[in-house]
Design a protein around this ligand. Structure first.
Ligand code: ADP
Ligand code: MG
Length: 528
């Protein structure tokens, strides 16, 4: 029997929502654009900060960092979440340029709306975008230069502008370059694990400093322990120095007071032995990841051994790398091979008592950032992390002009190519060029200028170094010292194109029952 051809066939479970075609695409594009809009005003040297307040705790974060903003705010729309992926990708591979990457993605989608309105098929737009990206990357490969030490400082400075850390930009960029130079291998590889960044509340960021060695935010455990030891034999304990089993539990029945005394005497003897076994190997300094019993501390002090307890895992790892010591879990397993060598000294930062460990054979450095309040010191740390990351990239990558200079150059280049193409794909290339101009355009807008004037002036400019200066005028960014690693721009263009295309290819959004937002599958049932 034949079914009724007009009868609708339901293949989806009841309660499933489905949006198809242009409405689906528009909804996705709008959500993505709105996300980009959320961070636009933070871009560049005159970008503003955002204050993010946690709904449940009221905890606030003040930041200018695109990736931080998008990570902290609750975004539900699935297309908007794709944009957050862009900022994550950019942060993970380049540390900086997260806002630019998101602004660029938003601009690509905005420009494609115009093309869609002219009935250009999304697939054609995607093809054009792919071609434009390839052309842009090829052109980008041709520009840039290897950077000098002075250039590196400028790269760090560029990453710091517009952040609250900017006032101490000179100090911080020097610290950044010195830190990286210190941990650079002979073959030029930079192990950023050997750079520890600490931030201390109190003081101003101008008082930030670089310490050679691993700085630990702990002080010695006993007043009679030597505060500084040169050429110390160092033991790293990753288990507690205490006797667990003798904690009295309720079952212990005591018939005679002397039993308690026996017990205590036994325990004391055991702890004394523990300290003695450590002393036996000529250990001068013990860093213990866990607790150390007070009595053991007392005996260690008597033996002239300096001890520290509750050291963080990351610090233990850093100490192992620096001093060559290996982790020991039982005192009777100590051998000479496990011990490391280094110089230990007590240092103070304002009210913070710390310990610095240095070594002659390996290099680690600690950056001590200062900020007046915990909010400002945390934002300084975020900015510094970006600067440190980009600067280490610049070491092994070419650098180019910032301030939207390269984006405008690429836009001019793509316009020429789009004319050559002369097809619908060419229109998409032209749209891509306009999207690239969103960077200088936003910089101008955030500087309070008329973006159209800026774009007109930039379209007339020549070369690859003219961009939007702090006051919004068109200047040579290299002369201005605004430079950044080429990878920051190429990665942003790459992942912005990728996500824009991904969003443009969706024409059917099927939201399962109970989905969050407009179609994210609910994953909570899969947990636990
Ligand atoms: P992002 O998260 O993308 O790094 P930023 O707020 O750090 O966002 O802004 C980066 C943009 O600001 C880059 O295009 C960079 O070249 C530009 N920029 C940085 N410093 C200056 C400056 N002094 N003058 C003009 N542009 C600058
Ligand atoms: Mg930046």
């Amino acid at each position: 029997m034949m079914g009724n051809p007009n009868q609708p066939i339901f293949i989806l479970k009841e309660g499933t929502e489905r949006v198809k075609g242009r409405p689906a695409m528009s909804a996705n594009i709008n959500a993505a654009k709105a996300t980009a809009e959320a961070v636009r005003t933070t871009l560049g040297p005159l970008g503003m900060d955002k204050m993010l307040v946690q709904g449940n705790t009221g905890e606030t974060t003040i930041t200018n960092d695109g990736a931080t903003i998008l990570r902290e705010i609750d975004i539900e729309h699935p297309a908007a979440r794709l944009i957050i992926e862009v900022s994550k990708n950019q942060e993970e591979s380049c540390f900086d340029g997260t806002t630019s990457a998101v602004v660029l993605t938003g601009a690509l989608l905005e420009k494609s709306e115009d093309l869609l309105a002219q009935q250009i098929h999304p697939t054609v737009i995607c093809r054009g975008f792919r071609k434009a990206e390839k052309l842009a990357q090829e052109e980008l490969d041709k520009i840039g230069w290897d950077c000098s030490l002075e250039d590196l400082r400028r790269v760090a400075g560029t990453a710091l502008t517009g952040k609250s850390a900017e006032s101490a930009s000179d100090t911080l960029s020097s610290i950044c370059v010195d830190a990286i130079s210190a941990v650079k291998d002979k073959d030029g590889t930079i192990n950023t694990d050997n750079i520890k960044v600490l931030n201390f509340e109190g003081g101003t960021s101008l008082e930030s400093s670089l310490e050679l060695g691993v700085l630990i935010e702990k002080e010695k455990l006993h007043s009679e322990m030597p505060p500084s030891v040169n050429d110390a034999s160092i033991l790293l304990m990753n288990k507690a120095l205490e006797i667990k089993d003798t904690k009295f539990d309720a079952q212990l029945s005591i018939t005679d007071p002397s039993q308690i005394n026996d017990f205590l005497a036994q325990e004391e003897a055991a702890l004394k032995d523990m300290a003695a076994s450590i002393g036996l190997h000529g250990v001068n300094v013990v860093f213990c990841q866990k607790e150390i019993d007070d009595l053991c501390i007392h005996y260690l002090a008597k033996l002239g051994i300096t001890a520290y307890k509750r050291i963080k895992q990351s610090d233990m790892d850093a100490l192992a790398r620096l001093t060559g010591a290996k982790f020991v879990s039982k005192v009777d397993e100590i051998t000479d091979e496990e011990l490391g060598l280094g110089h230990v000294s007590a240092v103070e930062f304002g009210e913070h008592h710390c310990t610095l460990v240095r070594s002659d054979s390996a290099t680690s450095v600690t950056v001590c950032l200062r900020g007046a309040t915990s909010h400002s010191s945390m934002e300084v740390e975020r900015a510094f992390d970006d600067a440190l990351g980009v600067t280490s990239i610049a070491f092994s990558n070419k650098v180019i002009a910032g301030g939207g200079a390269v984006h405008s150059h690429l836009a001019r280049h793509l316009r020429k190519e789009s004319i050559k193409d002369g097809s619908r794909v060419g229109m998409a290339i032209e749209a891509f060029a306009s999207a690239l101009e969103s960077i200088p355009r936003t910089l101008a807008e955030n500087a309070g200028l008329d973006p159209v004037d800026t774009l007109i002036a930039l379209r007339k400019a020549e070369g690859t170094t003219h961009g939007v200066g702090v006051d919004g005028e068109i200047i040579d960014m290299v002369e201005e010292g605004v430079i950044e690693p080429r990878k920051v721009v190429s990665n942003a263009i790459g992942c912005a194109t990728e996500s824009a295309i991904m969003i443009l290819r969706i024409d059917d959004v099927i939201s399962m029952k109970g989905a969050k937002g407009a179609g994210m599958p609910d994953m909570s049932g899969m947990m636990g």
